[in-house]
Design a protein around this ligand. Structure first.
Ligand code: 9MR
Length: 374
């Protein structure tokens, strides 16, 4: 109890820093502060989409100009069985975005993860042929993109297909169709909605090998006359890695290849990382108390370091605002964040901009302040 009191006291003190007070007094929100810069977005969970998490919904309407579904538009949910589509959740999500005048993003059409089992297999269990896989990809993409034509403004067409060393991920898509599955997916998406922006999205997209292959892929797609508008850098980052300059090098390289950069899944973990910044969801590590040190709140020095990290990244995004189309946080409050369970299940992390009590963290005022600096 005493500890809880100290923690709440510390939270109250940090909540009253001058920047935060200014932000509150001026009624400044992220959405208004970034109005002329880039879209500022968040991922939405099902309780938010259905309005059950009311306090988060209030924050979303007030603070964000763009939304993406955290899970409900992934293929295992949209097409759990072949040709049996389930659109209830996605429809609700898109309706929310339209009602609130938001730039709506579809995530994600082709991804090796959260994919229904039937996608790659024949009834007898064998892998499908390249022709059948192309047909299934086309059917999935065409059905989904056409349904939201003109309403979902941008699609993460392909997600996480390249490894850090620049090699292609050995997914079933790759095994069966080779590198061609990527341009094909973009082609199908473009045919279904010629006006939609189309993106390639991935994590750790600052590793030089990965940067080189993604740029080669972008150029190849463009050379075939197929539309690609942007590269989505997920930005699940930690306290130490990557460095801001590594990130900057990657942003500049993508921009020079003729596409926009989206910062798509931003969260900054305050916890020790067992390996760096992977977001490969199949990587799991056993729980260890030592790796969960801040169950009752962040110590002041860690809090300060974490805030600085957010400021450094936003300063970088603002510097490259002409190349950046959107910055999207991967969720609203810390309690929603996947980082509490990744890569170690059951930890208490603080990666987002709103705390577990739905309060605006002081760093939001500091980020808003950065937009006013010349
Ligand atoms: O945040 C999502 C989490 O709720 C899901 O359990 C997880 C399952 O794969 O996917 C998370 O979102 C991922 C995103 O779709 C793609 N990039 C990595 C994200 C974190 O795993």
């Amino acid at each position: 109890m005493k500890r809880l009191f100290i923690f709440l006291g510390a939270a109250a003190i940090t909540a009253l820093t001058p920047c935060n007070i200014n932000a509150q007094r001026s009624n400044a929100t992220l959405k208004t502060a970034f109005k002329d810069t880039f879209y500022i977005g968040t991922a939405m969970s099902l309780p938010q989409i259905y309005g059950k998490d009311r306090k988060s919904v209030e924050i979303i309407k007030k603070q964000f100009s763009s939304i993406v579904a955290e899970n409900c538009m992934k293929s295992m949910f949209l097409q759990p069985e072949e040709d049996k589509f389930f659109f209830d959740d996605a429809d609700k999500f898109v309706a929310f975005g339209e009602k609130n005048n938001m730039f709506i993003i579809g995530h994600t059409l082709i991804w090796h993860s959260q994919l229904p089992k039937w996608f790659f297999t024949e009834k007898d269990g064998r892998d499908v042929s390249p022709e059948v896989l192309m047909q299934r990809m086309k059917n999935h993409i065409t059905t989904v993109v056409s349904r939201y034509k003109g309403r979902v403004k941008g699609w993460d067409v392909v997600n996480e297909a390249i490894m850090e060393d620049g090699s292609y991920r050995k997914s079933k898509f790759y095994e069966i169709l080779g590198e061609d599955f990527i341009p094909l997916a973009f082609q199908y998406a473009h045919e279904a909605d010629p006006d939609a922006e189309l993106y390639y999205n991935d994590y750790n997209e600052w590793y030089p090998g990965k940067v080189a292959t993604v740029i080669k892929m972008v150029k190849d797609i463009k050379a075939r006359g197929i539309r690609i508008d942007g590269v989505g850098m997920q930005a699940h980052v930690g306290m130490d890695t990557p460095s801001v300059s590594e990130y900057e090098t990657a942003i500049s390289a993508y921009a020079q290849s003729g596409v926009k950069v989206n910062i798509t899944e931003l969260d900054i973990s305050a916890l020790p990382s067992p390996w760096g910044t992977s977001a490969n969801v199949s990587d799991k590590i056993a729980y260890d108390e030592k790796m969960n040190p801040y169950k009752k709140g962040l110590p002041a020095d860690v809090q300060a370091g974490w805030e600085k990290r957010y400021e450094d990244f936003f300063r970088l995004f603002l510097k490259h605002k002409n190349s950046i189309r959107r910055v999207t946080l991967w969720g609203v409050t810390d309690s929603q964040s996947w980082k509490n369970d990744f890569p170690i299940k059951g930890r208490t992390d603080y990666p987002l901009l709103f705390d577990r009590q739905y309060r605006t963290k002081p760093v939001v005022g500091k980020i808003i302040q950065l937009t006013k600096e010349k």
